[in-house]
Design a protein around this ligand. Sequence first.
Ligand SMILES: Nc1ncnc2c1ncn2[C@@H]1O[C@H](COP(=O)(O)OP(=O)(O)O)[C@@H](O)[C@H]1O
Ligand SMILES: [Mg+2]
Length: 334
Amino acid sequence: MQLMVETRNLRKTYSRPDGSTIEAVKGVDLEIRQGEIFSLLGPNGAGKTTTISMISGLVTPTEGDATIGGFSITTQSMQAKRLMGFVPQEIALYPELSARQNLAFFGRMYGLGGKALSRRVYELLEFVDLADRQKDRIDTFSGGMKRRVNLAAGLLNSPPLIYMDEPTVGIDPQSRRRILDTVKLLRDEQGMTVLYTTHLMEEAEELSDRVGIMDHGEIIAMGTQAELTQQVGEEDRLEFTIGAQEIAEDLVERVQHQTAGVTRILSNPPEQISDDSSESTPARLIIFAKRGRTALPQIIQTLDAADVDIQSVAVREPDLEAVFLALTGRALRD
Ligand SMILES: Nc1ncnc2c1ncn2[C@@H]1O[C@H](COP(=O)(O)OP(=O)(O)O)[C@@H](O)[C@H]1O
Ligand SMILES: [Mg+2]
């Protein structure tokens, strides 16, 4: 299997104005195969953007290197960059120009021109479902529409590889749907390689052939979804939302010992919203259990007997959230 992107011991240490340093990326080894959708999944601050910025040549690594189609991003950046399109998180469009004018402008920077450029611009606007708005100024577009123009811009020079950095954050559901479908089309119809970053497990699950789970600057797990969920075994996850109350330590122990199959319990205490209010957010209790549905009645009985106010229960089969929980003890969605 041919590798499209390979990183070796990629590191980035940033200096802060106060003289302290932060290791944003701590020795990342990635292998992204030709023709796959690879997701980097991790919470805010995990180091996803820093990683993608290094392998696109925008940020110089403190240590390590990456090759794109065999070309080093540090010593052969011209050849490497020619193979990639990049859809950054922030929108870089001219608000007073139309969608078509923006794309034509970027296209000329890639050396495109004439009929070929007009054709490519129209084709891409159709692809992101904006052909009917092509003559409208960008400043009349919604956030989601701007993201789709951004995506079209990343595809202008028909690269075999595209990076997309959290392209669905803060946009409307319709644009989000369009972008996710587009990502799959790029792979399925054009054989493109896609590196997609997200903090949303659902997106990684829907899109990815393989996933790298990132936390605190490190890849803590990498593989297909099946390979990753196998790591956490056969356990289901029972997620309880409970009324604002402390879960006593001895109750946790009782649940653990009275129910067959329960392996581990995570409980987060309710957080006070503010000091002068008795209002507080509901707490969560996450119980890992083999054959979760079978274990559920006994667990509910034990919680009921302790007067725990159960507001909702969800039974989840092993998924990427479970992998993150198992590896970090934290929930991805926090
Ligand atoms: N230019 C910068 N200067 C200093 N610190 C930075 C800079 N960019 C990112 N960081 C820090 O590096 C860490 C990783 O950030 P980032 O790569 O943006 O993560 P993510 O994209 O996963 O949210 C964070 O702690 C962030 O505050
Ligand atoms: Mg980011």
